[in-house]
Design a protein around this ligand. Structure first.
Ligand SMILES: Cc1ncc(COP(=O)(O)O)c(C=O)c1O
Length: 434
């Protein structure tokens, strides 16, 4: 029956229209899932197990992901934001003794980024220390790292924004010199490399998102990666209610001494399944999400190549506008896995972003801001304690003059050509308007 269902599902998929609309005939989103009949068949197959919670597909994904990430341990969670929450919270564990991060400690990050890279710092009662970004690469300005350091600094978390990479050489060296944790937020950048090495393998912990806009999708989903067996235990504990026990859901007594533990103030022999060593969460994902991810994994390399191809094509089309826009720059030594194509307006069209993106949107071209712009200006952070190094001048510039358009694998040459033509037209209009 499963085979019959799978073949019907494939047939069903083929009857649906999945292609991106032709230029001028519909809206070209900045990003979107690219799925095929195998993906749908795998998703339905996982439902037929009727297991629903994390199970065999999740295990398989955690094992197979090594091939794409080069990181030994992969702990699946239900989003990239959850991955950041688990990754950072794990560093508060008493198991880490003197390296544990405690309330009031400082974490260095950038002012222009995605909010949930920073939010777990605040949620753990730590203090974010914001440094500026560089225009063009949109990555941390690492020349500010020394100035950002204090005797409370415990970690650095940077995202490889928009699929480009931050300066891993300088950042890693800084962290090693000062005995700091390094967390790589790879939510935008799965498949990117630096000096031929995959992102996510440089820091102590890395995070990934499988939201449909990203390189591969599970619908919603994420992962926390680490090379350390000790951190893996802590990460799983925070993900799974804070429990001390490491049995899989539905399994008992993996440790072989379920009723023999003697821990602190706990009654001797208290069931290990209900002993909590951390103030944790439940951020696990379902097996259906993992099944979709497992099928998508096979396509990661192709997707990343297509993103790079589309990026380079658009970049070559837009060279003629360099007088008016800052074109994106790949970080030296990096091979980006482009999430989008960022653009910053220069004089004389600086300040006319709304006009330009409105024109593009009216012509069926999706656009996005570079996330929150300068986070310190967002209402959510008004009453939050943070430190700022310098003036965040470029974060402010990003907030008013930057946006990005799509390069995702659903787009073909003719879409890229159209996007480029409309950007030329939009810039021309902006030049002549008041
Ligand atoms: C850099 C970065 N970190 C974290 C996230 C959060 O991922 P998710 O949407 O899966 O929660 C995103 C989302 O796009 C992101 O761009």
């Amino acid at each position: 029956m499963r085979d019959k269902i799978a073949s019907l599902v494939r047939e069903y998929f083929r009857t649906q229209v999945h292609s991106v609309p032709e230029p001028r005939e519909g809206y070209l989103p900045v990003a979107g899932k690219v799925i095929d009949e195998e993906d749908l068949a795998m998703l339905v197959d996982s439902c037929l197990d009727m297991h629903f919670t994390s199970g065999r597909f999740a295990h398989q994904f955690e094992k197979d992901f090594y091939r794409c990430s080069d990181v030994r341990f992969c702990c699946l969670v239900n989003s990239g934001s959850s991955a950041n929450l688990v990754a950072l919270s794990s560093l508060s564990s008493p198991i880490l003794r003197e390296r544990r991060i405690t309330p009031g400690d400082e974490i260095i990050t950038v002012g222009a980024g995605f909010p949930t890279t920073v939010n777990p710092i605040i949620q753990n009662q730590w203090v974010p220390v914001f440094i500026d970004v560089k225009l063009g690469t949109y990555q941390a300005d690492c020349s500010l790292l020394d100035e950002a350091l204090s005797n409370r600094t415990k970690a650095v978390i940077f995202a490889h924004t928009l699929g480009n990479t931050f300066d891993l050489k300088k950042t890693k060296h800084f962290c090693e010199r000062h005995n700091l944790w390094l967390i790589e937020d790879c939510c935008d950048s799965l498949g990117a490399e630096y000096q031929g090495q995959k992102v996510g393998t440089f820091g102590d912990i890395a995070t990934v998102s499988f939201y449909p806009a990203h390189q591969i999708t599970m619908g919603e989903g994420g992962a926390v990666l680490t090379k350390s067996a000790r951190l893996k235990r802590i990460i799983e504990s925070f993900r799974d209610w804070g429990r001390d026990c490491w049995c899989e859901p539905g399994k008992d007594n993996t440790c072989g001494k379920r009723f023999e533990w003697d821990l602190g103030d706990m009654p001797k022999g208290y069931d290990h399944k209900y002993i909590y060593s951390h103030v944790g969460y439940n951020l696990k994902l379902t097996d259906m999400q993992a099944a979709l991810g497992l099928s998508q994994l096979n396509k990661l390399e192709t997707f990343v190549k297509k993103r790079r191809y589309n990026f380079n094509l658009l970049n070559s089309h837009l060279r003629g506008l360099e007088e008016f826009i800052v074109l994106p720059e790949e970080t030296p030594l990096a091979k980006a896995s482009w999430f989008g194509f960022p653009i910053t307006l220069k004089m004389p069209i600086s300040g006319k972003r709304t006009q330009l993106v409105r024109f593009l949107e009216e012509n069926g071209i999706g656009t996005r801001n570079i996330f929150a712009g300068n986070l310190t200006r967002q209402p959510a952070y008004r009453d939050v304690k943070f430190r700022v190094i310098g003036c965040l001048t470029n974060c402010d510039r990003v907030m008013v003059d930057s946006f990005w358009v799509g390069v995702y694998p659903g787009l073909e040459d003719r879409h890229i050509q159209y996007i480029s033509e409309k950007i030329y037209e939009g810039v021309e209009l902006a030049k002549t308007s008041e």
